[in-house]
Design a protein around this ligand. Structure first.
Ligand code: PXP
Length: 239
C-alpha cells in the first residue's frame, strides 16, 4: 500500500487572526512550517462569508506554497472566479451553510448534477484536479463519476462524531465507499473531524490517497508550542 498523504488545513490559524483583525499568525509562515514538517499539501477553505481565509490569502499562498494547494469552496460564482484566477492544484467542492460551525454535511452531488457540471468542467479545463466532498454513499460516488471528477473526499464527520458500534458502522461505510469509488475509477481522499486518537481505523481504507486534517493539528500545535511561546515572551519582556 502507498503511504497516505497529509493535507494540512490551516483555516483555524486564519480564524485566530480574524478574531483580532490583525496580521498574525502569518499563514504563509505556518504553511511553510507545515511543509517543512512533511505535509504533502495545504488545504484552505475560501468561504462565501470569508469567515477565516481571505481572497488575499489564496493569492499569497499560491505564490509561497511549495507543495500542493487544495482550495475548498462552495459552488458559488464569486469564489469560482477566484479559483479560475488562482488555478489551485486541487479544488474540493463542499456544501456551505452560513450558520454552520464547520462544513456539516456532504455535498449532494447526485441532486446538483446540472449546477455542478459547468464548475467541474471549468476547473478541469485549467488543469485543477476536482474533488467532491461527499458522504460515503454509493449514489454520491456515482454522481461524482458521472461529473468526471477525478477525486472524491469522503466525509469522515459522522465517523468522528460516533462511538462504539455506530463508529464501527461508519468505518464499514467508509471502507465500502472507497471500494465503490475505486470501481468507478475515482481516487479517494477523506477528512473532517479526524484526530490522532480516532484516525487509526481509517488507515486501511483501500486506495486512500490523502487525509485532510485541520482543527486537531492546529489545536495540538498550541499544546506543543505554548512552552516556547511563553519563553519567547519572557525573553521579550526581560530587563
Ligand atoms: N475536508 C473538508 C472538505 C473540510 O471542509 C474540512 C474542514 O474545513 C476538513 C477536511 C478538515 O476538517 P478538520 O478541521 O475537522 O480536520
Amino acid at each position: 500500500m502507498n503511504p497516505i498523504k497529509l493535507g494540512v488545513n490551516i483555516d483555524h490559524a486564519a480564524t485566530l487572526r480574524q478574531a483580532r483583525g490583525v496580521d498574525y499568525p502569518d499563514l504563509a509562515q505556518i504553511a511553510a512550517l507545515a511543509e517543512k514538517a512533511g505535509a504533502h499539501g495545504i488545504t484552505i477553505h475560501l468561504r462565501e462569508d470569508r469567515r477565516h481565509i481571505q481572497d488575499a490569502d489564496v493569492y499569497r499562498l499560491r505564490k509561497t506554497l511549495t507543495t500542493r494547494m487544495n482550495l475548498e469552496m462552495a459552488n458559488n460564482p464569486d469564489v469560482l472566479r477566484v479559483a479560475l484566477d488562482v488555478v489551485p492544484d486541487e479544488v474540493c467542492l463542499v456544501p456551505e451553510r452560513r450558520q454552520e460551525l464547520t462544513t456539516e454535511g456532504g455535498l449532494d452531488a447526485a441532486g446538483q448534477l446540472a449546477t455542478l457540471r459547468p464548475t467541474v468542467r471549468a476547473l478541469a479545463a485549467q488543469g485543477t484536479h476536482v474533488s467532491l466532498f461527499v458522504a460515503p454513499e454509493p449514489r454520491q460516488l456515482e454522481a461524482a463519476a458521472e461529473l468526471g471528477a477525478p477525486y472524491v473526499e469522503l466525509h469522515t464527520g459522522a465517523y468522528a462524531n460516533a462511538a462504539g458500534d455506530a463508529a464501527k458502522r461508519e468505518v464499514e461505510a467508509l471502507h465500502a465507499a472507497a471500494a465503490r469509488a475505486a470501481e468507478l475509477g475515482l481516487k479517494v481522499n477523506a477528512g473532517h473531524g479526524l484526530t490522532m486518537s480516532n484516525v487509526a481505523p481509517l488507515l486501511d481504507i483501500p486506495n486512500l490517497d490523502t487525509l485532510n486534517i485541520g482543527h486537531a493539528i492546529i489545536a495540538h500545535a498550541l499544546v506543543v508550542g505554548i512552552e516556547q511561546a511563553v519563553r519567547d515572551m519572557l525573553a521579550a519582556i526581560a530587563r
